[in-house]
Design a protein around this ligand. Structure first.
Ligand code: ADP
Ligand code: MG
Length: 234
């Protein structure tokens, strides 16, 4: 199978007040479609930096990243922005919803950027909310939704443009265990049902049971690359 993301030898360090922190050390990985790949490791091990590099939000100091046949390291800022707009969806720990918008309106925002006609945008947003089990809550505002529901709205917003790649950074960290399980299971189902490449990073080992592939990260390196057996790949 062709990888969606192919990264080779990527390193990244930050210098703050003359002290250098190495966030990524010579990381090479291929990430594949139709599966949920989970990168797991303790706080500060470089997970968010890796996700930012693989999605073109940050440039690594060294190494190459090819994603969907785009050279992300050689690309200009505009090319990287266009790449993210056209191909990537993002889910973060903090939901990042607009307080004044209903769930349906939040999900429509990315389609407005893509200039999708209004009727089609509403229909696609309703379908995305149905996919995360929130059809009945689509006219509510963030203050009227639980944490788990808010994250499901954020997932619907991330998938409404049918992105080839869905990036999730600690998507369950603000949630209790039951809602966390539901959110990771939705991400897993999206990978299976939409052929998307889903890349999730987390410090929470409870998510391991829901992933096809688990990469263990420590001190800026990937130490282990496993495929837990209890998941049957359809
Ligand atoms: P994780 O997501 O696994 O918690 P991060 O990728 O956020 O880890 O951070 C990895 C290391 O790089 C940490 O030591 C962190 O302090 C450092 N770091 C990350 N981003 C920056 C930044 N913008 N400036 C300075 N140091 C940073
Ligand atoms: Mg992080």
């Amino acid at each position: 199978m062709q990888p969606t993301i192919s990264a080779s030898g990527i390193s990244k360090s930050f210098v703050v007040k003359q002290i250098r922190t190495i966030a990524l050390q010579d990381v090479s990985i291929d990430i594949f479609p139709r599966e949920l790949t989970l990168i797991i490791g303790p706080s500060g091990c470089g997970k968010s930096t890796l996700l930012a590099a693989l999605s073109g939000l940050t440039s690594p100091d060294t190494g190459s990243i090819n994603t969907l046949a785009t050279d992300l390291v050689g690309a200009s800022d505009d090319e990287r922005d266009a790449f993210r707009l056209n191909h990537c969806g993002f889910v973060f720990q903090g939901f990042n919803l607009f307080p004044a918008l209903t769930a349906l309106e939040q999900v429509q925002v990315p389609l407005d950027y893509l200039k999708v006609p209004q009727d089609e945008a509403v229909e696609r947003s309703e379908q995305a909310l149905a996919r995360v089990g929130l059809s009945h809550r689509q006219h509510l505002h963030p203050t009227e939704l639980s944490g788990g529901e808010k994250q499901r709205v954020a997932i619907a917003r991330a998938i409404v443009k049918n992105p080839a790649i869905l990036f999730a950074d600690e998507p369950t960290s603000a949630l209790d265990s039951v809602n966390g399980q539901s959110v990771i299971e939705i991400l897993h189902t999206i990978a299976k049902d939409t052929n998307a490449t889903v890349l999730c990073v987390s410090h929470d080992p409870r998510l391991i049971a829901h992933a096809e592939r688990v990469l263990h990260m420590e001190d800026g390196r990937i130490l282990e690359d496993t495929r837990p057996r209890h998941i049957t790949v359809a």
